[in-house]
Design a protein around this ligand. Structure first.
Ligand SMILES: [Zn+2]
Ligand SMILES: [Zn+2]
Length: 179
């Protein structure tokens, strides 16, 4: 579809201003995070959980391998976002590759079982919105909290963040194996 000109993918840096390059990355991450939050809530409804999302939750103790452990249908639902986005949202090919790399690294960090972010970040006005291993580990252990993908916006707004998460996160040091 790209080669036939049916997508909005572009390869020349001059096609759009450089600020759009940065904006497009932020836009994709926010769109992806929003779609995933609601898809994730939907997949936790009992009837869908059993046949789609249960496979991922079989990892009670997460590891880097958990980031690749999904039911094929869930993989499809997660992967389809980018190909659909490029049909109408102009994205530089380099941005697409950078996002794919970011997706992989973020998923590995969040399932790594070891918190790599500083405990001070819990109250930093920007860093507190980032999801790390401790945040997603809570999801695997407690099921009904922390549904977000990259950011904590939706969990905060929808009141689905583990109630004592920030307090416990603050007590973490880099030596702890998540909470
Ligand atoms: Zn889940
Ligand atoms: Zn997970």
């Amino acid at each position: 579809m790209w080669q036939r000109g049916h997508t909005a993918i572009y390869t020349n840096f001059d096609t759009y201003p450089i600020w759009y390059l940065v904006l497009s990355v932020i836009l994709v991450l926010i769109i992806q995070d929003t779609l995933y939050y609601w898809l994730h809530r939907w997949m936790h409804l009992p009837r869908f959980y059993r046949w789609i999302h249960r496979a991922h939750h079989m990892s009670l103790q997460t590891s880097a391998f958990t980031s690749f452990s999904f039911h094929p249908f869930e993989s499809l639902l997660q992967a389809i976002v980018l190909p659909v986005l490029v049909l109408w949202l102009p994205l530089h090919i380099g941005v697409i590759l950078a996002i794919l790399l970011f997706m992989t690294i973020a998923s590995t960090i969040n399932h790594g079982g070891v918190e790599i972010y500083s405990a001070k970040w819990a109250h930093n006005s920007s860093a507190k919105w980032l999801i790390g291993a401790a945040h997603h580990d809570d999801h695997h252990k407690k099921f009904n909290y922390n549904y977000g993908l990259y950011f904590t916006f939706w969990d905060t707004w929808m009141n689905t963040e583990t109630p004592d998460f920030k307090e416990r996160f603050e007590k973490l040091t880099t030596k702890h194996k998540s909470v």
